[in-house]
Design a protein around this ligand. Sequence first.
Ligand code: Z15
Length: 832
Amino acid sequence: MKNQAKSQLATGAVAHLPTSDDLKNSIVRHLHGTLGTDINKASRQAWWSATCAAVNEYVFDGLRNTQRTHYEQNTRAVHYFSLEYLMGRLFSNNLHNLGAYDAAKQALAELGLNIADLEDQEEDMALGNGGLGRLAACFIDSMATLNYPAIGYGIHYEHGLFKQEFSDGRQIERPDSWREYGNPWEICRPESVQEISVYGYVETTYDLQGKMKKVWHPGRIIKGIPWDIPVVGYQGSSVNVLRLWESRASGFFNWDVFNSGGYIDASRENVEAETISKVLYPNDETDAGKELRLIQQYFFCSCSLKDIIRRYKRTYGDDWSQFGAQVAIQLNDTHPAIAIPELMRILVDRAEMGWDEAWNICQHVFAYTNHTLLPEALEKWSVRLFEKVLPRHLEIIYEINRRFLVEQVDVLWPGDNEKKRKLSIIEEGHEHMVRMGHLSVVGSFRVNGVAQIHSDLVKSDLFPEMVALWPDKFTNVTNGVTPRRWLKACNPRLSKLLDETVGVDWPRDLKQLKKLAAYADDAQIQDAFMAIKHQNKADLAQTVKELTGVSIDPHAMFDIQIKRLHEYKRQHLNLLHILALYRRILQNPDYDMVPRVFLFGAKAAPGYKLAKEIIYAINKVAEKINSDKRVKNRLKVVFMPNYRVTLAEKMIPAADVSEQISTAGKEASGTGNMKLALNGAITVGTLDGANIEIAEEVGADNISIFGLTVDEVKALHAKGYHSWDYYYADPEIKAILDWLETDYFTPGKPGELGAIKRSLLEGGDPYLVLADFRSYVDAHQKVDGWYRDKAGWAKKAILNTASVGKFTSDRSIEDYVERVWKLEACPVTAKP
Ligand code: Z15
C-alpha cells in the first residue's frame, strides 16, 4: 500500500477530508473536465486551477453544510461591513485550514509538481490598503474557526491596491488586475442581485389624512451583483462567506435613453455605473472626500442591508420585532456609516414605520469600531455633495441630529450652544460638513477602539462628551491576528517545533504557546529555534537577491519595518538611525557593531508627496551604503518592492528585530507588531497602541522600549516643541540632516533628499522624530548588545513567541462576542 499523507480528522462542516489519492484523482479529473487540457500539456496555471477546483469540492461541501445549519438554527448573526478585505492568497490558507495541506503536497509531488510553484501562480487578493483591511481578513478567519454565524460584506473591486515598482528609487504605481484570468475561489450569485439608487431629488407629499410623506425620486439606479468567497474555518469547522458586490448598470433605467436613440448616452451610463466597483482608493488614513468614494460606500451598504433584510423576511415576513435580536452589524471604521441612515430610510420610508420604532431598531443593530485618532483620517462629507448624491439621506441625518441635540445634548447641558456646536453631526463653518464619526457614535449601541490605550484616548480626547452622555457605550477590543496564516502557514519550520514542544492545539488555542516558556533556557530548544530562524533568513536572503539583486548575509541581524508609509509611523526615524551608524563607520573604520540588514516594505499613497520622498531617500541611501566597501558588510539596507500579504509571509518568519516606532498616541493598535513577535522577533518600539500590551505580556527584558509616552508627547506639545533645538544641541542629528542635503547620496544633484530635513525643521517635525531620536539610538544599542549573547538572544526570541498568545484574533472575536455582539456559537455538522 502507498504511503498516504493523512489529513487531520474533520470535526465540523467538512464531512470527509481528502487523502492524497482523492486529491490526485480529483486534480486530474478537473484538468480534463474543467480546464480542458491533459497532464502532458497542462501549464502551471492549469495545474493550479485544477488543484483549486479539487480543493473546492471540499470547501463547497462545508459551505453547504454551514448554510443549511444556519438556516435551520435561525440564530443571531453578525454582519461585518468593511470597505476593505486584504485577503492575500487563499490556496495554501484553505488547504491548511482544511487540514489537507500535506495531502495536497504529496498528491502534487506524485504528479511531478512542487506545491510551492503552484502557490506562486496565485495573485494576492489585495482588496485593502493595510492594517484595517488585513484585520477584517483575520476576523473572518476567526469567526469561521469559532463557529460564529457571520458574513463579511464589501466591494468586489476590479482593481485592488496598486502594484509598486521602483524606478531610480522612486515609487511607480501599476494597476493590479487580480482577476484578469479568473478567480477560482469566488461564486457569482445572480439570484441575489440587488438594485440601489443615487442622485435625484426628494418630493414632499401628503396622503388623504394629511400625513407628510417623503418620496425620493432617484436619478440613477445601479445593480449590485454578489460574489461569494468561502471562508474556511480551521480544521473544517464552519465555512462562512465573504460577500462582495460588483456594480453594473441597471437595464431597467437605461432602456428609455437607449430606445430614444441615445445608444452612446446609455453606454456612457453603463460605464459610470461600472466605475463604482472599479478600483480601491489607495489612501490609508486620509480622507479625500471624493464623490465616487461616497457612492462606493453607499452602494455596498445599501446592497448589503437589502440582502440582510431579504434573508430576515424569509423567516419573519413583515414582522420587524425580531430584527434587532437577529441582526448585528459591525461598522469597520466610519466608511460604512451611511448604513445607519440607509436602514432608517428603509424602515421609515419603505416599511412605513414610525421614527422612534425605527431608531430603536437601529440602536440595537449597529456597533462601530474606531481605528484612528488622526484628524486627517476622520471622515467628513460636504453637505453639498451629500445633497447631490443622497438627498433623502441628508434629510434623515438632519432629523437624527435634531433629535440628538434636543433630546440628549440639551437635556444634559441645557442651553449650552458650545456643546451643541461641538457635538452636532453637522459641522458648521465655511462649508457645512457631515461628521461620520459623530453619526457612528450616535447611531451605534457600542463603540470600541482597537487597543487599550487607543480606546482610552477615544474616550478622553476624541469623544469625551459622548462618554458623558452614554458611559456604557464605549469599550475596548484589542486587535489580534490569525495564527493559522501568520504562524502555521507562513512559518512551517517553527510550527513543527511548536507541535513537538507544546502540542498540536496551539493554532486554535494560542495560549498553549506559554508552555514553550519552560524551554527558554533549554540549550537544545534554543539551538533548534535559532536554526529555524537562520533557515528562514536564508530563504528570505534568496528572495531579496531575486527581487533586488542585493546580497545579504543570514548571519547578520535582520531588522524589519513593514507597514504603510506614513510620517506618524516614522520610517524616516529608522533612516536617521541608519545614517548615524553609517557615519560612525566612516568616521571610525573599526566601529564595532553587530552586522545588520535593515529591511523595509511599504507602499505610499500615490498623492502623499513626503511619503514618496522618504521611499526615495531610503532607496538612495541604500544604494550608497550597499556599494561602499568601507562598510565591510556591517550594514545593508533593502527596500523590498511591492510589499503585500504574500511578501509579509516571507519577511515575518525571518525577522530578528521588529520596528514599531510610531509617535506615542498615533498608532491605534498595530497588528504587524503582533505577527513579528509571534514569529520570535524582538520589538524596538514606543509605548503606543498594542506595543504597550505586548510589553506587558513579554516583560521588560524581552522588548526594547524607547521614546516619549503619550503623556509626555502631550506635555511637550503643550509647552511648545522646537525641533531646531534638537538640531543645534545634538551634533550627530545636525550632521545627518545636513548630510541629506548634500549630493553625497545623489551625485551631482544636491538637495534631492532635502524634503525630510525641511519637514523636520521648517515643517516643525509634527511627529517628534528629533525628540525621540537619541532614545531610539540607545534602544538599538541595547539590542546590539543583546544579540552578541547568542543564548540570551535565543531566550528572548523564544519568550516572545511563548508570550503573545493573547494576540490571536480568536481572542479578539471572543471579546467582540462578549462585549458587543452577544452571539451564540453554532457548530456545524456535516450531512452526507
Ligand atoms: C488603517 O489601516 C488603520 C486605521 C485607519 O483609520 C485606516 Cl483608514 C486604515 C489601522 C491603524 O492605523 C492600525 O493602528 C490598526 O492596527 C489597524 O487599523 C487595525 O485596527
